[in-house]
Design a binder for this molecule. Structure first.
Ligand SMILES: [Zn+2]
Length: 434
């Protein structure tokens, strides 16, 4: 993604369409744009207030999830759901088919107040959302269905592994996550994303821009077929601007939000596309997958130790028959939530590295095509920050813990300063000589 930096809600919205801070690309500004992230005092106050709310909600959300799993555990709710599932069938898969949707629905309903506040109330409060309440609940229902469906498969595999090989379950389950996650990444653009948004090939809506993108990529010796570049109707939900890369192999694609297309001039858009095609050309999705799986292996082992000792401590009291029992799910998810939380600095640090690389790639690929790639990238990031209310001054701990992208001010400074061509140095990421 181009991103504003914060993790958490990636589909999160953004601000009012403001006056452009700078003229569009074809009209070159008389002096270079400021090399820092600059907001009006009012906008700056909004950006700080909004970002702080997101940070608080992130930590609060983690605590709430932990509390919900304790409740589902201590109140014997998971045990009751498992009893119902056993009455229906003795087959493990059928039991998952009954138990998981019940469990996911209960947990999601308990989470609803916070989800509604962060996904609907807050976004409207800051003028970022364009979504009506019915549409928001429609999305909420679809997400619930998706989580329940995926949950059935994952829980089925997890409990089958735990029952067959309790001691090495952490390792075998980790092995199983490899094809599961790869399949998810592969089918996401076909099976998940179209449930929420419409995707139109960019060459249908912006043929001239696609020509320019192709010229830019060809110039760099990189190829992204034009049928792999899409426009997404993000404006049906948000005013925020963004773009991203998803899929794997045959489903790999670059997606630009329609809000971004409306809000940016052609040079800024080429820089956005330069960043995204950087993810594509530098194979960031498979590379991050490998690194994240390595992190997961370590954390699954720690999780295995934690689940076992917790089971010994609080164990059978609420009628749970061991870790192989479906009713242990709240305990397993309690530990998983903690691990996801604790692994965030590592996973987000990996992401920040690749996001920085994509920024660098974007500048290199735009050089020689866009008259002043540095100025265009600065303007593009500036628009992104203003529209999405990116935090102008995240504190170092917040950056370390939850930033998937370098803070916007760092990115803008880099965008203004990185020009190896001016110093007769070789390009770092594009090997093809110009
Ligand atoms: Zn990115």
């Amino acid at each position: 993604m181009v991103g504003t930096g914060q993790s958490g809600n990636s589909a999160v919205p953004s601000p009012q369409a403001l006056q452009p801070a700078l003229p569009p690309a074809q009209v070159q500004p008389p002096s270079p744009p400021p090399a820092t992230y600059t907001l009006t005092p009012e906008r700056r106050a909004q950006a700080i207030a909004y970002s702080r709310s997101l940070y608080v909600l992130y930590f609060l959300g983690t605590l709430l999830s932990l509390g919900i799993y304790i409740l589902l555990w201590r109140a014997g709710i998971a045990v009751r759901f498992r009893q119902w599932a056993r009455k229906v069938s003795r087959r493990h898969f059928v039991q998952c088919l009954i138990f998981i949707p019940l469990f996911v629905t209960a947990a999601t309903l308990l989470n609803l107040p916070l989800d509604f506040y962060s996904g609907y109330v807050l976004e409207h409060q800051f003028g970022l959302s364009t979504q009506g309440i019915a549409s928001w609940f429609g999305d909420w229902g679809k997400s619930l269905g998706i989580v329940a469906a995926i949950g059935v498969i994952v829980a089925w595999v997890f409990y089958a592994v735990v029952r067959r090989s309790p001691r090495r379950s952490w390792f075998y389950f980790w092995l199983a996550t490899i094809p599961l996650v790869l399949t998810y990444i592969l089918i996401e653009p076909y099976a998940i994303e179209p449930l929420f948004y419409k995707f139109t090939p960019l060459q249908k809506t912006h043929p001239a821009l696609v020509e320019q993108i192709e010229a830019m990529l060809k110039h760099a010796g990189v190829s992204v077929p034009r049928t792999r570049i899409f426009e997404m109707d993000a404006s049906s939900r948000t005013k925020a601007v963004d773009a991203y890369v998803s899929g794997l192999g045959a489903s790999k694609r670059v997606v630009v939000w329609d809000t971004t297309l409306r809000r940016m001039g052609p040079d800024e858009l080429l820089l956005v596309l330069g960043h995204e095609t950087g993810h594509y050309a530098l194979h960031h999705i498979p590379k991050e997958f490998v690194l994240d799986e390595a992190v997961a292996l370590l954390f699954f082992f720690l999780g295995y130790l934690a689940v076992n000792s917790l089971m010994e401590m609080v164990g059978s009291r609420p009628g749970v028959e061991g870790i192989g029992d479906l009713a242990s799910l709240p305990l397993v998810l309690f530990v998983l939530t903690l691990l996801v939380f604790l692994s965030a600095p590592l996973v987000n640090g990996i992401s920040r590295h690749y996001e920085h690389q994509a920024d660098q790639f974007g500048l290199e690929v735009a050089y020689g095509i866009v008259p002043d790639p540095n100025a265009a990238e600065v303007r593009s990031l500036q628009i992104l920050g203003e529209e999405d209310l990116a935090d102008p001054e995240p504190n170092p701990f917040i950056k370390f813990w939850l930033y998937t992208h370098p803070p916007l001010d760092d990115r803008i400074r880099f965008a203004a300063a990185y020009k190896p061509w001016a110093e007769a140095k070789p390009l770092k990421l594009l090997s093809k000589p110009r």
